[in-house]
Design a protein around this ligand. Structure first.
Ligand code: PLP
Length: 444
């Protein structure tokens, strides 16, 4: 194939240098580049012509598989028709259509959607929505936010402030004040427990203790990833999210679910809120909203939040002083609409639900390997943690590279692989992913 002709040859020797790559070991990468030049369905091809199966659906965003023609066509048609409309006190039809379509798959009380360009922006937007709502309802004394150890809420200052992952914080010590951390939900008793661990509901009482320490009426909101994703798939113990909801209700605290990874069928239901039967007050989304084809995020708010903020503003005034130049970009809306059509038409959430058991069986088949420290998983989302080699994270980074050259893309975090194939995956794809993992892991 033509695209396999080494594209690196097109560049000068040092032409990789100018791009300061995100979350990367730039020096190492530039010595041994791993470039993807084509992608389709479950597969990608590297610049040497190697075929790679995508075990993490990109960064958990390419839920309908790569190279979706319908999305590309919809974006192209939109760009030809209308490439950009300012979105402040103006609009284009696509954003309203997408918000309406999204609210059909969101839980009942969510009929208002604010568009952003990423998960990180969704988190900042949610923080500001909480503040605006509390001010509008006369509760501006709620100045504290609660997050969790090992949480990942993106990389903007709001998200870093809520972050519980040390590497994402320690270089950037100037963050938002008044953030307090609950404990994370993993403990050694949970090792190899599949699905929701049976024990650990009492960890939710950390929130109760914060109410007792600071006063529940000073807490604005609790941010929770229903399954903590980027730290390596920590599934909440049975009853944990329900207990968090109860405490929030007792104290008038808003509950924000960060569904950036868990949204759009990953857990076999539209959202984690559906999978776990707990309805938050605000939901953040991004990633699979546009199948990764065009950057976009969204924040859905309960009707009460939208109504309160909107009605508190004087007539003829802007109600919420927030938004991005590219909020609800026409191309992103077209991509989002085409993506939601694919999910519906191809029954991809149902596909994820029916593949879930087979997928987790396959992951648990790795348990006999000596290097495996823990296995965790729910739906089409698993964490495979290997014993570290004395320097936490070193083995994971090495394995990510080795697996790539074996033809498998997996996102690693520290020494844990986050396995999350696209919702179009077949049993054969799962076998191939886990087979490649075994082949490499058994050499450790
Ligand atoms: C739960 C969660 N929130 C927020 C983000 C940030 O999203 P983005 O990278 O699009 O800014 C991520 C990204 O992985 C995430 O997993």
């Amino acid at each position: 194939m033509n695209i396999m002709a080494d594209p690196l040859q097109k560049f000068a020797t040092n032409s990789l240098e100018q791009h300061w790559m995100p979350f990367s070991n730039n020096r190492e990468f530039k010595n041994e580049p791993r470039l993807i030049v084509k992608s389709e369905g479950m597969r990608m091809w590297d610049h040497k012509g190697g075929e790679i199966i995508d075990g993490s659906s990109g960064l958990f965003n390419v839920a309908a598989g790569h190279g979706r023609r319908e999305i590309a066509d919809a974006v192209y048609a939109q760009m030809i028709q209308n490439d950009y409309t300012p979105h402040f006190s103006m609009g284009h039809p696509g954003s309203f259509a997408l918000a309406a379509k999204l609210s059909q798959i969101l839980p009942d009380p969510f009929n208002h959607v604010f568009f952003t360009n990423s998960g990180s922006e969704s988190i900042d937007t949610a923080l500001k929505m909480v503040m605006a709502y509390n001010r509008a309802r006369g509760e501006a004394q709620r100045i504290r936010f609660v997050s969790r150890e090992r949480a990942y809420h993106g990389v903007n200052i709001g998200g870093v402030s809520l972050s519980g992952m040390v590497k994402n914080r320690e270089t950037f010590p100037v963050v938002m004040p008044n953030i307090v951390m609950m404990r994370h939900t993993w403990n050694a008793d949970h090792r190899f427990e599949r699905g929701q661990p049976e024990n650990g509901v009492e960890l939710a009482n950390d929130l109760q203790r914060m109410c007792e320490t600071y006063g529940g009426s000073t807490i604005a909101a609790v941010f929770v990833e229903p399954i903590a994703g980027s730290t390596g798939t920590l599934v909440p113990p049975m009853g944990y999210l329900q207990r968090i909801r109860e405490i929030c209700d007792e104290h008038g605290i808003l509950l924000v679910f960060d569904e950036v990874i868990t949204g759009f069928g990953r857990l076999g239901k539209p959202f984690a809120a559906d999978a776990f039967g707990v309805t938050p007050d605000i939901m953040t989304m991004a990633k699979a909203l546009t199948n990764g084809a065009i950057p976009m995020g969204a924040v859905a708010a309960r009707d009460e939040i939208y109504d309160t903020v909107t009605n508190a503003a004087p007539a003829n005034a802007i109600e919420f002083f927030h938004g991005y130049t590219y909020s609800a970009h026409p191309a992103a809306c077209a991509a989002g609409l085409a993506t939601l059509d694919i999910y519906e038409r191809d029954g991809l959430f149902e596909n994820a639900a029916s593949l879930g058991d087979y997928f987790l069986d396959a992951i648990w088949s790795l348990k006999d390997l000596e290097c495996i420290y823990d296995l965790r998983g729910y739906g089409l989302m698993a964490g495979v943690e290997v014993v570290h080699d004395g320097v936490p994270g070193r083995r994971g980074a090495e394995l990510q590279k080795r697996l790539f050259w074996e033809g498998l893309h997996l996102k690693w975090t520290g020494d844990t692989a986050i396995v999350a194939p696209a919702l179009i995956a077949t049993r054969a794809d799962v076998d191939e992913i886990v087979g490649k993992m075994r082949k490499v892991l058994e050499t450790l």
